[in-house]
Ligand binder design. Structure first.
Ligand code: G1P
Ligand code: ZN
Length: 542
């Protein structure tokens, strides 16, 4: 039986950088999830009889919302729902399934690297038929709908068994429960030289992969240990938990500190990596070297042709604006296009679909390619492994040679988390107000070449996205960028991105924070971070 349930709008269902993210108790309010799901369906057209993919990162509340999605998909007229077994699908695996099944779209339930549990974060994101996050036009339509919604449709189908694979009839449509790993692993086999990787592990190559009790555990176990023969124990913290074991499943130097310490220690494995809550981010740490995500993008792009899936070369490289310019130098040398987009993977979709870019990356530990329309943590790890296997060198050697060829972009991000929203907005407003007067002036002996609020003109569909972050560009290629996070769930997070270009190999061995010290002081001088936020240091430095 299909019911139409009347409801009243919530005013706060505006999707951010990556879908709607709120605390679990917010999502648990009456009709909250239903309102948003119905708003998504209402903003779409032409899905009758078509396929919807659904899955999530396994965090608290995942199963409950999956049941709601299935019941509402039945009521709204979808023809088939494809669900990851146990409600599990990593974000890149969901993107792959949408594409492979030629689905109309998919709902991915995740709050990425944010903590999980009854009082922590949850999220819902819609991905379109290309497998990528809904473009801004669609997220705007979803938000507009959510503000005026008066009812939603739901079918009484009872609890669907999510734990057994197979195709079942539910409320007159087909619900298919699939192994969340199989299709994804098959895709990876088409891109990388699994024989070479097996030989690498057989030769005694040691690796550590920290799944952070999040969604990539089963993927890493299957691919690294079972298919590639890496030693048992290579994948650590591989059982997905609803609360990620109480940690932030955020693969950075703060939350994956244990891995970092091991990789810097005396008996370090050859290669270390980690992924986040929903499996789209990656952290790369070679023995004795942390590779920044910006550098990783550049190094992967420079060496991608060594993997079978990319042997024809790259069409172009895209990076988010705050990501360092390291990849730009690779694109220049390869003579291919380079695109600078706003923060958020959704902006890469058009470039990938149009065949203008092959590899994309963000400074926030996101790297991916045109094989799906999301960033992909394990993909980045496997590409690194493929490159290490072919070159027969360590990550540290590869990085050092890369910097000699291209120069080094010292890079760091300073986050000020949970700042009062008004104070964070005041800082940004004050910065904006003085943008015009900054060029030509000097701070700490460094001359400001230009200053602006980044706007993006999408070369494919002509859409314009304004106010995407404030850039202060210095002569010589150094810069400081300020923007407010669009994924937080309490207060505001100020992100300050600091970058210095250093062409001289004699100065490539500096400590990053020391190398950036003057720019860090300049950022404070220009933006008055301390007085605006009331903080004397960042909460997280990556
Ligand atoms: C953050 C990252 C951004 C990434 C997004 C989703 O967004 O900075 O690069 O695409 O998470 O994983 P932010 O919180 O900065 O808006
Ligand atoms: Zn993520």
């Amino acid at each position: 039986m299909i019911r139409t349930v009347s409801t009243t709008p919530y005013g706060d269902q505006k999707p951010g950088t990556s879908g709607l993210r709120k605390k679990v108790p917010v999502f648990q309010q009456q009709n909250y999830a239903e309102n948003f799901i119905q708003s998504v369906f209402d903003a779409l057209e032409g899905f009758a009889g078509k396929t919807l993919v659904v899955g999530g990162d396994g965090r608290f509340y995942n199963r409950e919302v999956i049941q709601k999605v299935i019941a509402m998909a039945v009521a709204n007229g979808f023809g088939r729902v494809v669900v990851g077994q146990g409600g599990i699908l990593s974000t890149p695996a969901a993107s792959n399934l949408i594409r492979k099944r030629k689905a109309f779209g998919g709902l991915i339930l995740s709050a990425s690297h944010n903590p999980g549990g009854p009082h922590e974060d949850f999220g819902i994101k819609y991905n379109a038929e290309n497998g990528g996050p809904a473009p801004e036009k669609l997220t705007d339509a979803i938000y507009a709908r959510s503000k005026v919604i008066t009812s939603y449709k739901i079918a009484d189908v009872g609890q669907v068994d999510l734990d057994h694979t197979g195709t079942f009839e539910v409320g007159g449509i087909k619900v298919e429960i699939v192994d969340p790993v199989a299709d994804y692993a098959a895709l990876m086999e088409t891109l990388f030289d699994f024989d070479a990787l097996r030989a690498l592990f057989k030769s005694g190559f040691r690796m550590r992969f920290d799944a952070m009790h999040a969604v990539t555990g089963p993927y890493a176990k299957e691919i690294l240990e079972r298919r590639l023969g890496a030693a048992e124990g290579t994948a650590r913290n591989f059982v997905p938990l609803e609360d990620f074991g109480g940690h932030h499943p955020d693969p950075n130097l703060v939350h994956a500190k244990e891995l970092y310490d091991e990789m810097m220690g005396p008996n370090a494995p050859d290669f270390g990596a980690a992924s986040d809550g929903d499996g789209d981010r990656n952290l790369i740490i070679g023995r004795g070297i942390f590779v920044t995500p910006s550098d990783s993008l550049a190094m992967l792009a420079a060496n991608a042709h060594l993997a079978p899936g990319y042997k024809a070369g790259l069409k172009g490289i895209a990076r988010s604006m705050p990501t360092s310019g390291a990849a730009d130098r690779v694109a220049e040398k390869l003579g291919i296009g380079m695109y600078e987009t706003p923060t958020g993977w959704k902006f890469f979709g058009n470039l990938l679909d149009a065949g203008m870019a092959t590899i994309c990356g963000e400074e926030s530990a996101g790297t991916g390619s045109d094989h799906v329309r999301e960033k992909d943590g394990l993909w980045a790890v496997l590409l690194w492994l493929n490159i290490l296997a072919v070159r027969g060198e360590s990550a540290k050697e590869i990085a050092a040679k890369h910097w000699v060829t291209y120069g080094r972009n010292y890079y760091s991000r300073h986050d000020y988390e949970e700042v009062e929203t008004d104070r964070a907005n005041a800082l940004v407003d004050a910065l904006r107000a003085k943008l015009g007067s900054l060029p030509g002036t000097s701070v700490r002996g460094m001359k400001i070449a230009s200053a602006d609020d980044f706007a993006y003109n999408d070369p494919v569909d002509g859409s314009v996205s304004k106010n995407q972050g404030i850039r202060i560009l210095f002569e010589g290629g150094s810069r400081v960028v300020f923007r407010l996070s669009g994924t937080g769930t309490s207060g505001a997070t100020l992100r300050v991105y600091i970058e210095r270009y250093e062409p001289d190999p004699a100065r490539h061995g500096l400590d990053t924070q020391a190398a950036l010290a003057d720019l860090i002081k300049a950022a404070e001088d220009i933006a008055g971070i301390r007085s605006h936020t009331g903080r004397d240091k960042p909460s997280v430095i990556t």
